[in-house]
Design a protein around this ligand. Structure first.
Ligand SMILES: [Fe+2]
Length: 365
């Protein structure tokens, strides 16, 4: 299978993965032949692209980091939790319980599949931001913490803190929260208050939450150079959970479509994170992040430095920019290949003859 961005979809392509709408309803089944009317609908819904099955990408597969059911359960739980938080502590209790169960299941899935890496296109199918963002941040934080060999009880803790990192936004003025334009200084300080408001709500309402979890929520916008908020803390003063969550929060936000800008590709967002390492982000956390988030997932169509076009088949985890690539044509043209070209694979890391070839970037969006 391979990923085709929404603007490049054509009638007749075959859907490789089930597509669900924002409320979990089935939009497109695996194996369905895509019609022009579906393509219009896909674009209207803000779905950024879909996986298709074709001859060129035969045999290219990937493993989802969590199951579709786990993702939709988590999103629904986070959604009802955020709604209940605005009604107060007692109404939130059962949602917190439910979320804890869902997170424990996700932790179990991740620790049982130690080689899992993030397939980003898969995380980014939907445009419904807040709840998907919370779940993505939770999953990424657990994944990094697993790589850092944190004990299991801490994996669940960081998952919970990460999914709740923005819970304080429930208390922020809705007009400011949803304002598309630039915020005034006063509005920005109201927005920034979400870290402390989330912290206070959980500290009083949920005494069982550990100090580390509460600090993660309070400190998730701190930067290690001291230019963050609310307390301008520096590296060692910021808790480990917060250092992990702040990085994945920014990364997930960058790779999501927002009303004011298009999503960055995973490779561009990774480059940004690397540039901010040692300024906003802890370099050690950045290193673990880079070991589990791949810039080019299997099924991504890429342009190579010599003008060739290929599909990523498999990552070489020790060198994430040099995967195994199936070359599908030798000139940059439409996404379809010319019929006479016989695809072949090159390993950008291990084939000595191809060491001069690098990936320039994703093809189109
Ligand atoms: Fe936040």
């Amino acid at each position: 299978m391979r990923f085709i961005p929404a603007p490049c979809l054509r009638g007749g392509m075959v859907c490789a993965k089930r597509i669900r709408g924002k409320n979990g309803e089935l939009l497109l089944n695996k194996g369905a032949r895509i019609q022009d009317s579906y393509i219009r609908r896909i674009r209207e819904l803000g779905i950024i692209g879909i996986y298709i099955e074709d001859n060129l990408s035969e045999g290219i597969e990937f493993v989802d980091i969590i199951t579709e059911t786990q993702r939709s359960n988590s999103v629904n739980t986070v959604k009802s939790l955020f709604e209940n938080v605005s009604k107060g502590v007692p109404s939130s209790r059962s949602s917190i319980q439910q979320l804890r169960k869902t997170i424990d299941e996700i932790v179990e899935t991740i620790i049982n599949n130690k080689d899992l890496n993030v397939n980003l296109s898969d995380l980014k199918i939907y445009d419904d931001y807040t709840y998907f963002h919370s779940v993505n941040v939770g999953v990424l934080a657990i994944l990094i913490a697993t790589r850092m060999k944190l004990p299991n009880n801490r994996l669940s803790e960081i998952g919970m803190a990460a999914m709740l990192h923005d819970v304080g936004k429930v208390f922020v003025n809705k007009q400011i929260l949803n304002k598309p334009g630039k915020l005034s200084d006063e509005e920005f300080s109201e927005m920034k208050s979400h870290s402390e408001r989330g912290f206070e709500f959980l500290r009083f309402g949920f005494p069982s939450f550990s100090q580390d979890m509460l600090r993660a929520i309070m400190e998730h916008h701190e930067r290690i150079d001291g230019n963050g908020y609310p307390a301008s803390k520096r590296s060692g003063q910021i808790s480990e959970y917060a250092r992990i969550i702040s990085l994945v929060d920014v990364f997930d936000a960058l790779t999501s479509d927002r009303p004011y800008r298009r999503a960055l590709t995973p490779s561009d967002a990774i480059e940004y994170i690397m540039a901010e390492s040692n300024k906003a982000f802890d370099p050690i956390i950045t290193k673990f992040f880079l070991s589990c988030v791949m810039p080019y997932s299997p099924g991504t169509t890429v342009r190579l430095s010599n003008g060739w076009v290929g599909i990523v088949v498999r990552n070489n985890f020790e060198a994430s920019l040099r995967p195994l690539v199936r070359v599908i044509r030798h000139q940059v043209a439409e996404l379809e290949s010319d019929n006479d070209f016989k695809p072949y694979e090159i390993d950008l890391l291990n084939d000595k003859t191809n060491l001069g070839i690098t990936i320039l970037g994703h093809i189109d969006r």
